[in-house]
Design a protein around this ligand. Structure first.
Ligand code: APR
Length: 240
C-alpha cells in the first residue's frame, strides 16, 4: 500500500461488463463478430479496401448503443461508485468502445481501443465528436486540404491508445481488477503481470476463468452485474 489512506486502484474492463446491458461480447460467436469476419471490418486493410462497409458496420454498432434497452448495468454503476470514493486514486481502463461507463457516471476513463462516438482524422490523428452525417466521404476539419475521417477505433494490428499513462498507473497500483475480459488480446492481457510485478493485489471478476486466470491473486466467477457491486461495496467498507 502507498502512504495515502486510500489505495490506488486500476480497473480494466472488457466486453463482458456490457453483456448484461445487451451488447454482445467478441468471442462468443464462432469467431464471427455480428456476422462479419474481423478482417473484413476491423483492420486498416479493410478500411482501405471497403470504407463504406466499415462505416456501415460501426454505424450498426452505434445504432445498437442507442437502443432504449441498452443502458449501464449494476457493474458499470459499481465502478462509478468506486471512483466517487477514490477520486484521483482511481483509473478505469476499458477495452470497450461503448459509452456505458460514462453514462453510469465514470469520468476517469481511458478507452484504450477507441470510442464509437468519435471519429479520427487519418492524417493528424485528431479525434472529432461523432456526427450522424459522417461517412467515408466526410473530410476532417483539422487539415487543409481536408483528410479522410475514419472510425476512432483501434483496429487489429494497431497500437492501443494511452499506453504510457496506463503502464505508469499499473506500476503504481495497489490493486488491479480485471472485469469481463477473456485475457486473449494483448497488451491488455499483460496488465495483470505488470501490476503483479509492481506488488499490486490482483483480482479477476469474470463469468468464467479467463486466459490469464492463473496470474491473479483472487478470482470471482459469475455475472459482473451481481459480483462486482458486492465486491465494490465490501472494498469501500474496508477502506472507509
Ligand atoms: N459478467 C462477467 N463476465 C462476462 C459476462 C458477464 N455478464 N458475460 C461474458 N463475460 C466474459 C466472458 O466469459 C469472456 O471471458 O467476458 C469475457 C469477454 O471476452 P471477449 O469477448 O474476448 O472480450 P474482450 O476481452 O473485451 O476482448 C478484447 O478483443 O476483439 C477485440 O478489440 C476487441 O476490445 C476487444 C478485445
Amino acid at each position: 500500500m502507498t502512504n495515502s489512506a486510500l489505495p490506488r486502484v486500476v480497473v480494466l474492463t472488457g466486453a463482458g461488463i456490457s453483456a448484461e446491458s445487451g451488447l454482445k461480447t467478441f468471442r462468443d460467436n464462432n469467431g464471427l463478430w455480428e456476422n462479419h469476419r474481423v478482417e473484413d471490418v476491423a483492420t486498416p486493410e479493410a478500411f482501405a479496401r471497403n470504407p463504406a462497409l466499415v462505416y456501415r458496420f460501426y454505424n450498426e454498432r452505434r445504432a445498437q448503443l442507442q437502443q432504449a434497452e441498452v443502458k449501464p448495468n449494476a457493474a458499470h454503476k459499481a465502478l462509478a461508485d468506486l471512483e466517487q470514493q477514490l477520486g484521483d486514486q482511481f483509473l478505469l481502463v476499458t477495452q470497450n468502445v461503448d459509452n456505458l461507463h460514462e453514462r453510469a457516471g465514470s469520468e476517469r476513463v481511458l478507452h484504450m481501443h477507441g470510442e464509437l462516438l468519435s471519429a479520427r482524422c487519418c492524417a493528424s490523428g485528431q479525434s472529432h465528436v461523432w456526427h450522424d452525417a459522417f461517412d467515408h466521404t466526410t473530410g476532417c476539419r483539422c487539415c487543409i486540404p481536408a483528410e479522410t475521417l475514419r472510425p476512432d477505433i483501434v483496429w487489429f494490428g494497431e497500437m492501443p491508445l494511452y499506453m504510457d499513462d496506463i503502464v505508469q498507473a499499473l506500476a503504481q497500483a495497489d490493486v488491479f481488477i480485471a472485469v469481463g475480459t477473456s485475457g486473449q488480446v494483448y497488451p491488455a492481457a499483460n496488465f495483470v503481470a505488470i501490476a503483479a510485478e509492481s506488488g499490486a493485489r490482483t483480482i479477476e471478476i469474470n463469468l468464467e476463468p479467463g486466459q490469464q486466470n492463473h496470474l491473479f491473486d483472487e478470482r470471482i466467477t459469475g455475472l459482473a452485474g451481481e459480483t462486482l457491486p458486492a465486491f465494490v461495496s465490501d472494498f469501500i467498507q474496508q477502506y472507509s
